[in-house]
Design a binder for this molecule. Structure first.
Ligand SMILES: [Zn+2]
Length: 257
């Protein structure tokens, strides 16, 4: 009996993607972990002012958790903050970008399915978003989108036409075809226009970690073109528009971009 009980507890670092209020001051928390993938867990009494769990289950927090494996939902029995990423919650721009990344990670991760690469990508992205200049948030988010597609096995083809393999442009970009497509292969179907610079920038992004991608100094136009391609890929793969895309669009409008 004791052995069974021991197995039902497990310890893991995790990133809090979001939470919902439950009755009795409880909170249902969605956590991304490296070994268990996405975990839905109840944090009992986490809404009480003196709860020991309250700080650890805030969205956009990295913490070390002790979980108790339940039949449907797990329970968080202990937690200790590793990184509270406070700058992300103090600033609307950082918050909006970080919440978008959290939503996408939650969409791609599956329960009980290891997600160590995605975990590392999200930590690096939150770290970069917390410390970067505000002007670099867009490029960090583009890098995250590309990394997310890569981790999920949907990295767009950027080396040549995904239909015939032709390596010389011009190309169009098609989420349905999986990346670049030459006009002949595209036929009458519609693609997104991309120029050489946009393609080169996307390739360069993949070679840089999120914390360094700002060295690319993408212009606003290039960043917008890349954004259009990656957003289309994400919407196509998820089969819906992420909710936080609207918040990102509103933020760009506020900032006059
Ligand atoms: Zn082709």
């Amino acid at each position: 009996m004791e052995k069974v009980a021991a197995v039902r507890y497990y310890k893991s670092e995790g990133l809090v993607l979001g939470h919902h209020d439950l009755r009795d001051a409880d909170r249902l928390v969605t956590v991304l972990t490296p070994e268990e993938g996405k975990v839905g867990a109840v944090a009992k009494g986490a809404r009480r002012p003196r709860s020991k769990l309250a700080a650890s289950v805030q969205p956009l927090t990295q913490a070390c958790f002790m979980f108790y494996r339940g039949r449907s939902l797990d329970t968080i029995t202990q937690a200790e903050v590793v990184n509270s990423f406070r700058p992300l919650r103090r600033d609307l721009d950082r918050l909006t970008h970080a919440a978008y990344a959290a939503e996408l990670a939650g969409e791609v991760a599956r329960e009980r399915d290891p997600a160590s690469e995605l975990y590392r990508l999200l930590v690096a992205t939150w770290e970069a978003l917390a410390s970067a200049d505000l002007g670099d948030l867009e490029v960090i988010t583009r890098r995250f989108e590309l990394g997310l597609l890569q981790v999920a096995g949907y990295c767009p083809t950027l080396d040549g036409c995904s239909g015939c393999g032709k390596r010389l442009g011009p190309f169009l970009f098609s989420p349905e075809a999986g990346g670049l497509v030459c006009p002949a292969c595209m036929g009458v179907q519609k693609g997104i226009e991309v120029d050489e610079g946009t393609i080169a920038s996307m390739k360069a992004m993949l070679r840089l970690p999120p914390g360094r991608v700002r060295v690319l100094k993408l212009g606003e136009v290039s960043s917008r073109h890349i954004g259009r391609c990656l957003e289309a890929c994400i919407v196509y793969r998820l089969e819906r528009r992420p909710r936080s895309l609207a918040a990102l669009a509103e933020l760009r409008r506020l900032r006059g971009k």
